[in-house]
Design a protein around this ligand. Structure first.
Ligand code: ADP
Ligand code: GLC
Length: 486
């Protein structure tokens, strides 16, 4: 079965967050399932730089007003089709924003072009290649199901995966005329959204199947609090929103072989983590203390509850613990952490910017990984933490709810706890969770057990890759067994 995945980022070529990790890992994870997955990605500089060995498979003189071509090739184990359109994608920095931190004003066109090309591939644009299913990720690929629905009739099926409801790709109605869609697509059954154009809305409305990245988030987004305007549409869809939990790439994230670690280790040689702890302390300007080292690796945003963390830094420091924060994002939140680091030299450290290697080292050396999110569709940092024996402290939302077993009395007695959860996402609930974590840390023997349990939990793609394979198969009639609805 041939599936075309459409994603605006893909690890290891271009990454701003978890979407890239998922887009990069899923094709390999589907390996044994009979699904062959190619991925269509925009030709950002970091991507085209790797395509020198690729071959041109299509050319457009006028793709949304600009010349473009498609280059197919195999890079870093991934089968890619790259949309090489320099005037759309050959730009510095982040895929979505200019150097000043503003969204590119033509983002509507950049991702409409990507989605339109995907639908053309579905119609057989490239000789010898005809995907049966197109899997669209997030708003950047949200128009794919609309182009398929309103395009020439075909057998192509579409899956829309929502990785984050907070990013919907909404634009003014004036762009509609340039989208290459028929007039009736500007309707409730199409791309129209509160009088404008909604890319994610279009995807959710027009796709054959909608999925999101955890069972809890699948339920949450049916409510106004988490649905962010799309809850009505989701509730009206007669079919299920499937919650398929993300896995992680077990090779890229393996403490036994990770080249980014100062010392590799396994569940049996966890004392090696101490060498990494010292390396983390050094990298963040912290004293080489033996107390608990809390860490955060995250976008510094309201979603991630970084303000809740900032409000609890005093508590962490007063308890004799340390804090290492790796991340960047909202200036105000960055500044709050920076002032705390200034106020508590050697105890609180901040490294800003994006640093993949350091993110691995932190997982391998810190004692506690904090993910105090207000909402979290799945979350990958807590999964990496489990694999690395870094105990997760998470809010009880979305995928954090589905992946961590809270160390409550029953879970401790049953010896199944893998971390600490708190709810609601508030300063005081986080403070309680920090205190609970400190008490757990003080009990050395059971702490080690909890770390080992985390390292043994199944955070691989195996189950979820099969779930996607089943969904694709059910769409094209390979199997009608869709009885495992979440
Ligand atoms: P989201 O996609 O919402 O940001 P996830 O937890 O799904 O959240 O994924 C975040 C990914 O980005 C993880 O792979 C995490 O390690 C990585 N990450 C976040 N911030 C940084 C950073 N400053 N440096 C390196 N990696 C980061
Ligand atoms: C989004 C979500 C995150 C999820 C990731 C990959 O960025 O915020 O929770 O893990 O997508 O699905």
């Amino acid at each position: 079965m041939e599936v075309l995945s459409v994603a605006s980022e893909i690890y290891p070529l271009i990454k701003t967050g978890g979407l890239a990790d998922v887009a990069g890992a899923l094709p390999g994870a589907l390996g044994e399932s009979g699904v062959t997955m190619r991925t269509l990605v925009p030709g950002y500089p970091a991507v085209t730089a790797k395509m020198s060995g690729g071959r041109e498979v299509a050319r457009f003189d006028d793709l949304f007003g600009v010349p473009a071509r498609l280059i197919a090739g195999r890079v870093e184990g991934l089968d890619l089709i790259v949309l090489d359109a320099p005037s759309l994608y050959e730009r510095p920095g982040n895929p979505y924003m200019g150097p000043e931190g503003w969204d590119w004003p033509d983002n509507w066109k950049r991702y409409a072009a990507l989605s339109w090309v995907a639908s053309e591939l579905g119609l057989g644009l490239v000789e010898g290649y005809r995907p049966q299913v197109i899997h669209a990720h997030d708003w950047q690929a949200g128009l794919v199901p609309a182009y398929v629905k309103f395009g020439p009739s075909s057998n192509i099926k579409t899956v829309m995966t929502v990785h984050n409801m907070a990013f919907q790709g909404t634009f003014g109605a004036e762009i509609f005329a340039q989208l290459k869609l028929p007039a009736h697509a500007f309707s409730m059954e199409g791309v129209e959204y509160y009088g404008g154009v909604g890319y994610l809305k279009a995807g959710v409305e027009c796709a054959d199947v909608v999925t999101t990245v955890s069972p809890t988030y699948a339920a949450e987004i049916r409510t106004p609090e988490f649905g962010m305007g799309l809850e009505g549409l989701l509730n009206n869809r007669s079919t299920t929103v499937h919650g398929v939990l993300n896995g992680i790439d077990m090779n890229a994230w393996n403490p036994a072989t990770d080249p980014a670690l100062a010392q590799t280790y396994t569940a049996g040689t966890m004392q090696g983590r101490l060498v990494n702890k010292r390396a983390v302390q050094e990298a963040f300007g912290l004293e080489p203390l033996d107390g608990p080292l809390f860490a955060v690796v995250s976008r510094l945003t309201w979603q991630k509850g970084i303000d809740l963390l900032a409000a609890n830094i005093e508590l962490i420091v007063e308890s004799g613990a340390q804090l290492a924060v790796l991340g960047s994002g909202d200036t105000e939140l960055e500044n709050a952490i920076r002032s705390a680091a200034k106020a508590h030299p050697g105890k609180v450290g901040l490294v800003t910017g994006y640093n993949e290697e350091l993110s691995h080292l932190v997982q391998g050396g810190a004692d506690v990984m904090m993910v105090p999110s207000r909402f979290e569709p799945c979350g990958l940092t807590q999964l990496y933490a489990l694999r690395y024996g870094c105990v997760p402290l998470v809010s009880r939302v979305g995928g954090l709810n589905d992946t961590i077993i809270d160390a409550n009395v029953a879970a401790i007695q049953a010896e199944v706890a893998t971390g600490v959860q708190f709810a609601p996402p508030s300063e005081t609930a986080l403070a309680d969770a920090i205190r609970r974590m400190l008490a757990l840390y003080a009990d050395v023997k059971s702490w080690k057990k909890m770390q080992r349990r985390g390292m043994k939990s199944d955070v691989s793609w195996e189950t979820s890759a099969n779930r996607y394979a089943q969904l694709y198969a059910s769409l094209i009639g390979y199997s009608t067994d869709d009885s495992q609805d979440d």
